[in-house]
Design a protein around this ligand. Sequence first.
Ligand SMILES: Cc1ncc(COP(=O)(O)O)c(C=O)c1O
Length: 374
Amino acid sequence: MHIPLVDLKRQYQGIKKEVLSEISLALDGMQLFLGKNVQAFESDFARYCGAQFAVGVGSGTEALHLALVACGIGPGDEVITVSHTFIATAEAIVLAGARPVFVDIDPETYNIDTSQIEKMINGKTRAILPVHLYGHTADMNPILELAEAYKLKVIEDACQAHGAEYKGRRAGSLGDAGCFSFYFTKNLGAYGEGGMITTSSPEIAKQCRMLRDHGQEAKYRHAFMGINGRLDEIQAAVLRVKLPHLDEWTESRRNIAQAYDAGLPSSIVKPQEMAWAKHVYHLYVVRTPNRDGLRAWLEEKGIGAGMHYPIPTHLQDAWRDYGGGDFSLPVTERMTGEILSLPMYPELTIEEAGYICECIRDFIEAKSGVAIER
Ligand SMILES: Cc1ncc(COP(=O)(O)O)c(C=O)c1O
């Protein structure tokens, strides 16, 4: 059996006809500059998230960068975030001219440890940027309370959390702005690159619209310097086809997660879903001290497994020029050596998930010499 970490071909087969037809219509119309697909997808996605506005941009990185700038964050400012994330989170803060300040993560959700935020707030702090990693939201209420008390902005990195919920509200509707990636492997992925900023602030929405289009307020009238950060019309056509399927794909992911939860041996640490959250399992991440051994074992059996992420941001070479890693984030650093992402995509069958669990049980038995009850 060959089971990759992600298989996008299976999903494409089911929607191919509609995708090709919408791409063809977009090309026939030749309205490729912020055309009807971008506009319609922006309103559909805003509604989906429970936000008033959505602004389509070129990637999740751009969404984070422009949302920060639109919130008034720039040189001399500090933004509190996590190191245990994809590098783009910190990169966007640096692109905005500000300085990321890292706090450690909670070992159950792998998201920002909210009890450690307040001590990092100082006169330069302007925003908190929680990441809803793997598809599970951060614990937002303590973050929003601190933001209120210290007059900080809250920008959600929801790049892995399309449809995830916190106390019944969707990611992207919880902070001042929410930032999404439509990188092709995401729960809602384009067939190329794409991103979105959601907000219920008319001012932030207006700033983002102008920033993504060279600061234009009218044709060739530029109020300030922006970038070319527009969402591509063809990608918006693809995303419009996919969005109505997202909830059913999320349910499949949740069913697969349940199958893993039930089938994996007890010595493997499984992902938690907090009582206040709805997990959308962008990734199903387990933990074991013998992570590298398990990964090699699975690879031998034809099963793809990944690490998200093998090196935290504060230990990356790229971070050296921005202050270096002369501090330690013990939970982040411990998790980094133990986490393993198992195959997860809506079309993975329950039988395949069962086979993966079986292989993992074999591994535990082979290493411990003790049979697991089946
Ligand atoms: C947590 C997180 N933040 C930001 C990004 C950046 O998104 P993009 O790759 O679309 O620029 C990603 C995507 O990989 C991500 O997973």
